[in-house]
Design a protein around this ligand. Structure first.
Ligand code: GSH
Length: 305
């Protein structure tokens, strides 16, 4: 059985980015379903108070944020172009903008009614109500504000126009094979078109053809497992050896680390390593023993160091 575990939920666009990347990379994976909002008590022993989804796990190593997860997929699959740090500055800039400004604009412009109806069907009206309250509160506390509806539409349109142009000369955004940029662009448009059932993307012929090419990668081979299974997998494994630090980190110093945009709940632990692109935090919990939690540096702030 595979040892790559993804903690995710079906309607989560960033989870979709990773599900499709796993399909493309040909990595078999184990699927742990989580709720659409906290509390997530069975994820907490692994990732502490980190509140975003998805989270990936290999034994006692836990990966927060799709930037850290993609780097792991790039390493496992031998496809370096799936890791942000291996890509050109042009691709990195595209991904930064697409995963934040464009993502928020797509959320604002997706047909909300269809999405909420789907959630209601899959769970309950009570769940939908709690979801709305949770997301409004998260939005209020965010340091990055989503554009209003009119501006959001404009952002989505100009993003699609740009993609349409890029895809006029190559089958994928930056060449003959997908890079991390394609998966970043995929998930927000998947949210609008496939989940929200909007036909807006159909107006862009190159983008629509690219979406079919991307969709054909599928989600690969996954097996549903319980959250308890994932906790046992961490308990029965040792974290892997630490990467070499490039930062002058006082190893073992108590710190907390937190996203700098939204969902800013800090994760506390001991700083064990700081590489060129990431941090490794050591945490302990009676249910899982010692775990190493990996974060990207981009998009996160640490305090206490
Ligand atoms: N920068 C993060 C963004 C992740 C993100 O925003 N995920 C959404 C779901 S798609 C989320 O966590 N929403 C709040 C929640 O699910 O509690 C990443 O790349 O993983």
């Amino acid at each position: 059985m595979s040892d790559f575990i993804l903690h995710h939920y079906s309607m989560s666009p960033f989870s979709e980015k990773i599900r499709l990347m796993l399909g493309y990379a040909g990595i078999d994976w184990l699927s742990v379903r989580v709720r659409e909002m906290p509390p997530r008590p069975l994820l907490e022993p692994l990732a502490g108070k980190y509140r975003k989804i998805p989270v990936a796990q290999i034994g006692a190593d836990v990966f927060c944020d799709t930037r850290a997860i993609s780097s792991e997929i790039a390493r496992l699959s031998g496809k370096p172009e799936l890791a942000l740090e291996n890509c050109s500055e042009e691709i990195q800039q595209f991904v930064r903008r697409t995963d934040l400004e464009v993502f928020l604009a797509c959320i604002m412009s997706a047909p909300g009614g269809t999405l909420l109806r789907k959630m209601w069907k899959a769970s309950s009206l009570w769940n939908v109500g709690r979801f709305l309250v949770d997301r409004i509160s998260m939005g209020r506390k965010a340091t990055v504000k989503a554009a209003g509806p009119a501006k959001a539409k404009q952002i989505v349109r100009s993003h699609l126009e740009n993609m349409e142009q890029l895809l006029a000369s190559s089958p994928f955004l930056f060449g003959d094979a997908p890079t991390i940029a394609d998966f970043s662009a995929w998930h927000s448009l998947w949210f609008i078109r496939d989940l929200g059932e909007s036909r807006y993307v159909d107006r862009f012929a190159n983008v629509s053809a690219w979406m079919e090419r991307m969709a054909a990668f599928g989600h690969g081979r996954s097996t549903e497992v319980s959250a308890e299974y994932a906790l046992d997998a961490a308990l029965s494994a040792e974290p892997r050896p630490l990467p070499e630090s490039v930062d002058n980190v006082a190893s073992g110093q108590a710190i907390s680390i937190c996203p700098d945009d939204y969902g800013q709940t800090p994760v506390s632990g001991k700083l064990l390593a700081g590489t060129a692109h990431g941090w490794v935090l050591g945490r302990e919990h009676p249910r899982v023993g010692k775990v190493h939690v990996h974060f990207p540096k981009q998009g996160f702030v640490i305090s206490g160091a």
